[in-house]
Design a protein around this ligand. Sequence first.
Ligand code: NAP
Length: 332
Amino acid sequence: MKFKALWITETAEGKFERSIIERSIDDLPAGEVLIRVKYSSLNYKDALSATGNKGITKKFPHTPGIDAAGVVELSRSEHFGTGDEVIVTGYDLGMNTSGGYGQFIRVPASWVVKKPEAFTLKECMTIGTAGFTAATALHKMELLGQNPEQGPIVVTGSTGGVGSLAVAILSTAGYEVIAVSGKQNAWEYLQHLGASRMENREWVNDQSGKALLKPQWSGAIDTVGGNTLVTLLKGCKLEGAVACTGLVGSPKLEGTVYPFILNGVSLIGVGSAEMPMSTKLKIWDKLSGQWNCREKMNAIAKEVSLEELKNTYIDTILKGNVMGRIVVNVEA
Ligand SMILES: NC(=O)c1ccc[n+]([C@@H]2O[C@H](COP(=O)([O-])OP(=O)(O)OC[C@H]3O[C@@H](n4cnc5c(N)ncnc54)[C@H](OP(=O)(O)O)[C@@H]3O)[C@@H](O)[C@H]2O)c1
């Protein structure tokens, strides 16, 4: 059987080209569950894979897409049957395993999650890896005792995928949110998601050389890394927690130990791709229940076809210009 997929090839000159081709199901990797994909989504990592970043995808040609939501076509696992609505986020999907930018994926059963009842397949991809990462950050912060009474939480990269969902989830959970954005015109958008204040990127780019700053926030969800992450640690209140999720600014971390040993601040690592299934299900439960921000997130989702993804949105996200979530309808 043939199916449509985005196809990234490497030329002899080391350039990466995108096309949409027909692939054969026989060419998919081995796995217990064959899924007919309905929706995927666009994450920063997908754009890196689609432009040949070998830290993400080692071998080309390749079909990216680290998220997929669809219907089980064939299953050799007792946990899933034909017709089940399911989602896959993370693990190796879209990295070195053919991903969600194709109409079929075949994956190990251990990667597959039954679609939460609270959401449609499209809504699951509006959340996707971005929303799941934001939720994982808050889940880990709350395990350390974070709560809304302690004070505001800063979100950086707040109009991006992880950032937008972080603002929406935090505000739904009762937190005061300070959203940091480089986009001048983002206030209305961020206010809709539940931010109570907006600051520009320089506000969390301290150049004073001081080891600690006047404490202004009780925690942070950071997507930027580098000096932004260091500033968030320096300005965090006693016993606060800063979750590191990304590196759109820099992968470096050049600070001192003072925020940790004088203020008891915790630095939390968030890696949403690999985690025990029991934790994954706990986080989807929270997203479906007390952190359900369905209306806010649906308002910031833009549905695109594979063609539009290929021609426009992969480049837009690499320039830091995406606002909200790009949901890919792979059947369109
Ligand atoms: N740990 C995990 O499991 C995990 C999962 C998903 C994503 N991530 C990482 O999280 C980061 C964000 O991913 P995403 O999918 O949300 O990307 P995204 O949609 O492109 O969002 C990134 C946002 O960061 C801001 N930004 C871009 N370039 C910047 C720069 N040079 N300095 C400061 N801010 C900048 C922009 O927001 P503003 O214009 O509003 O400032 C941009 O919209 C990436 O590094 C990604 O690899 C990690």
